[in-house]
Design a protein around this ligand. Structure first.
Ligand code: ADP
Ligand code: MG
Length: 253
């Protein structure tokens, strides 16, 4: 059993009379890619932002790498990487200038070029943020989560709106970050992505976790209840056709 790096117990979040998160509990192991899935409004972002210390909880307990959210939020901030919405960057600044800005914010001295290299953006170092494609913007925003050498990074729908090539490219990036030892918490609406990327997923609906397991176990459980797909499954998907025809190469370079 690996070390538990995130522990959430009976987490509740109320917005006025509305209970958006209704007492969820789960644990995340160090070094795993943990997915939070669920329809819009399920409470994923709210839960994430509470763990990120960006939003106050109503009740419950959150412990991150041994630090209690109530008592030591500053210590938690130091060991996590939070992805800003892409609209959060100054559009007119060059990537190197934005990294310097983050260096100042975190009191770090990360070398901009080598950081950009880890996300395959070294050629764009002197480009302005606004000139990047959607996939490049996402890669850049993931790079900025790494500036303080975090133990855990939180990614809220990092692949929404990307084309299939950019999406696959981002999967490789996220896996490589995890392979270096960083724990990843990610939300996504793409089930193929969760199946490929996540070690375990929690499915949320209306503020509750209704299932939590590895994607493989969840599928096996469904099948063991007698579930059968109505349509015959082909050995390839339309996305496979798309990638075969258009290639794996990124188009936004
Ligand atoms: P998800 O990320 O799963 O789509 P959210 O956590 O963003 O869900 O939202 C969960 C529920 O809480 C939604 O019904 C949403 O409308 C509501 N909600 C989110 N933020 C606020 C807020 N600041 N004030 C009031 N209601 C909110
Ligand atoms: Mg959300």
């Amino acid at each position: 059993m690996r070390k538990i790096i995130i522990e959430v117990k009976n987490l509740v979040k109320r917005y006025g009379d509305f209970e958006a998160v209704k007492g969820i509990s789960f644990e995340v192991e160090e070094g795993e890619i943990f997915g939070l899935l669920g329809p819009n409004g399920a409470g994923k972002s709210t839960s994430l932002e509470i763990m990120e210390t960006l939003r106050f909880k109503t009740s419950g307990e959150v412990i991150i790498d041994g630090f209690c959210l109530d008592k030591e939020p500053e210590k938690i901030k130091r060991i996590i990487g939070v992805q800003l919405q892409t609209s959060g960057f100054y559009p007119g600044l060059k990537l190197t200038e934005l990294i310097d800005l983050f260096n100042g914010l975190y009191n770090e001295k990360v070398d901009a070029l080598s950081l950009l290299k880890t996300v395959n953006l070294e050629d764009k170092a002197e480009s302005r943020y606004k000139s990047l494609s959607g996939g490049q913007k996402q890669r850049f925003s993931i790079a900025t989560t790494l500036i303080n050498h975090p133990k855990i990074i939180f990614l809220d729908e990092p692949t929404t709106g990307l084309d299939p090539q950019a999406r696959r490219n981002l999967w490789e990036l996220i896996k490589s970050i995890r392979d270096k030892g960083t724990t990843v918490i990610i939300t996504t609406h793409y089930m193929d992505e969760a199946e490929i990327l996540c070690d375990r997923v929690a499915i949320m609906d209306e503020g509750r976790i209704i299932a939590l397991d590895s994607p493989g176990n969840m599928i096996d459980k469904l099948l063991s209840r007698g579930f059968e797909r109505v349509r015959e499954v082909k050995g390839a998907s339309l996305e496979d056709v798309f990638i075969q025809l258009t290639g794996h190469a990124m188009r936004d370079e």
